[in-house]
Design a protein around this ligand. Structure first.
Ligand code: P6P
Length: 338
């Protein structure tokens, strides 16, 4: 029974035994993410006051100007995880290559790897729009030694042991799953404690919100164009409402609470869309499915995609089950015609 206002610490302890292979390490890992999120939240909330929102002058693998807050968030999560000696490897959107971590005894014998987008939507920082951190956790596959990219990092999303996000919004929330449903915790910044505010979060099966950057309309596949017109047609519950914040975590979080679909499809400008499979699509897909929602690339389940590169992209349709299935119908109808 999930008690409202239980703290995140109490929740982790109480649900420890439900973690598969519960050894306490996964709990300590979630706790270290909780701590790092508090530190990053503090900086995000005062970003406008200090010279930390300006570009750091470097570019990340996406070719995007790294905002100083991106760099700060990346370093905070990485250092916190290293200090706690819980993971043997970390991959981040902000780092071209993954990082391996030795334990005290010079061995890489910690059992988890973490993949993350330390500050997603960071281009919104200087316009004061919500941003988020996204994380994905796997058990390593290789038995010992330094983790290996193919076996330990390039695992399909269906192998995740935990995933979550922190949304730095009107309030700061940590939402995560370990495969036993989705729970949301709201931070009380006055005392630095997260409280269980959204127990057992569920994606409504239907919704009337669609989230997509319609500025790319002319570049979309015909199936996406047809689905957008379907959303806009006067019929039954439609037209749906268009809501697009430009921050995946924010659009996803609103849709999970109200019902809706988020889409970042492929286009003639980006033949695999924009979102990164390993540390954006997979964790959000795991959360979506655990909350009764659905996530696909328009044709196959996101979590079943076998990754081939650390920073590969995937088209992304995610949210209320019936809305994603309707979008898939339009995608597959035109694919069938090809
Ligand atoms: P566009 C932010 O950069 C992000 O990765 C997601 O958080 C967001 O939904 C999307 O890209 C916005 O991309 O091309 O619509 O500006």
């Amino acid at each position: 029974m999930k008690k409202k206002n239980q703290t995140l610490g109490e929740f982790i302890i109480e649900n420890q035994e439900s973690f598969q292979y519960s050894s306490g390490e996964l709990s300590r890992l979630i706790n270290s993410i909780r701590l790092a999120a508090k530190v990053v939240n503090h900086e995000v909330n005062k970003a406008g006051l200090v010279d930390i929102t300006g570009s750091a002058g470097e570019e990340n693998i996406q070719g995007e100007q790294q905002q100083k807050l991106d760099v700060y968030a990346n370093e905070t999560f990485i250092q916190t995880l290293i200090n706690r000696e819980i993971v043997c490897g970390i991959a981040s959107e902000e780092n071209d290559n993954y990082i391996t971590i030795q334990g005290q005894n010079e061995k890489h014998n910690n059992k988890y790897v973490v993949l993350m987008d330390p500050l997603d939507g960071s281009s919104n920082i200087d316009v004061n729009v919500s941003v988020g951190t996204i994380f994905s956790i796997y058990r390593r596959v290789t038995p010992e030694g330094a983790p290996v990219e193919m076996e330990d990092f390039l695992q399909p999303g269906n192998q995740q042991v935990a995933a979550g996000y922190i949304i730095y919004g009107t309030s700061t929330m940590l939402v995560y799953t370990t495969g036993c449903g989705v729970n949301g915790f709201t931070l009380n910044p006055a005392i630095g404690t997260y409280y269980l505010s959204h127990p057992n979060m569920q994606f409504p099966e239907n919704g009337n919100i669609y989230s997509i950057n319609e500025g790319n309309y002319v570049h979309f596949p015909q199936g996406v164009k047809d689905y957008i017109k379907y959303c806009q047609a006067e019929e039954g519950e439609r037209p749906y409402t268009s809501r697009y914040i430009g921050s995946l975590v924010s659009d996803f979080h609103r849709n999970m609470i109200k019902g809706g679909i988020y889409m970042y499809p492929k286009s003639s400008k980006a033949n695999n869309g924009k979102l990164r499979l390993l540390y954006e699509c997979n964790p959000m897909a795991f959360i979506a499915e655990q909350a009764g929602g659905k996530a696909s690339d328009g044709f196959q389940r996101i979590l079943d995609i076998q990754p081939s590169e650390l920073h590969e992209r995937a088209p992304f349709f995610c949210g209320s089950k019936n809305m994603v299935e309707k979008a898939e119908e339009f995608m597959q109808a035109t694919e069938a015609k090809l």
